[in-house]
Design a protein around this ligand. Sequence first.
Ligand code: MN
Length: 229
Amino acid sequence: MTSYAVEPMAVPAVTIADTDDMFPVRRIYCVGRNYAEHAREMGSDPDRDPPFFFMKPNNTIIPDNADFPYPPKTENVHYEMELVVAIGKGGKNIPQEQADDHIFGYACGLDMTRRDLQISMREKGRPWEVGKAFDASAPCAEIQPASKIGHPSAGVIWLKVNGETKQNADISDLIWNVPETIEYLSGLFELQPGDLIYTGTPAGVGPIVSGDDMEGYIEGVGTIHIKVV
Ligand code: MN
């Protein structure tokens, strides 16, 4: 048995609906600018340039109904409500026609973002980690298995802050849909069971402050509820 010099971290995991089994999280991939209206609000032209990706560490996950601690070194933290895909079967160069076979399930997630740091890094051509990959930056609600809900390709996605609707779109508006995203991503990285893909956020992103209550919904998938503290 391996002896470790420091305590090894526990495997980060997300609950799965209607079972005591947990979904162990390996990598968190995120798609940038994947809804046209959001690309425009971020100052980009939403043509079908190939999708681009960034990652968050797996231990940035926090569960549904958790408190989100307002992070340091920022004055502009944004919510980004997203459909999350959980990979159950790995592979590389997965054709979009076979993508569904690799999906374990779906969840509601938030890609929390220190927007001021992300934009200043972007302007300097520097990496995005300080803006995107901070502690607790990846709230993820319980996973609904595809064996139960199928593979949603359309349905409303919304986010409310303190009961007020901030984002309201349809997952059919994704520039790169889920099978296309899996085909592209698996050409860059070999996907493995336990990977999560945050598929991008619709328009309407904006700031939160301590005390705010975030509630998200995706038709056919479920809800997420996170309080900012
Ligand atoms: Mn995002």
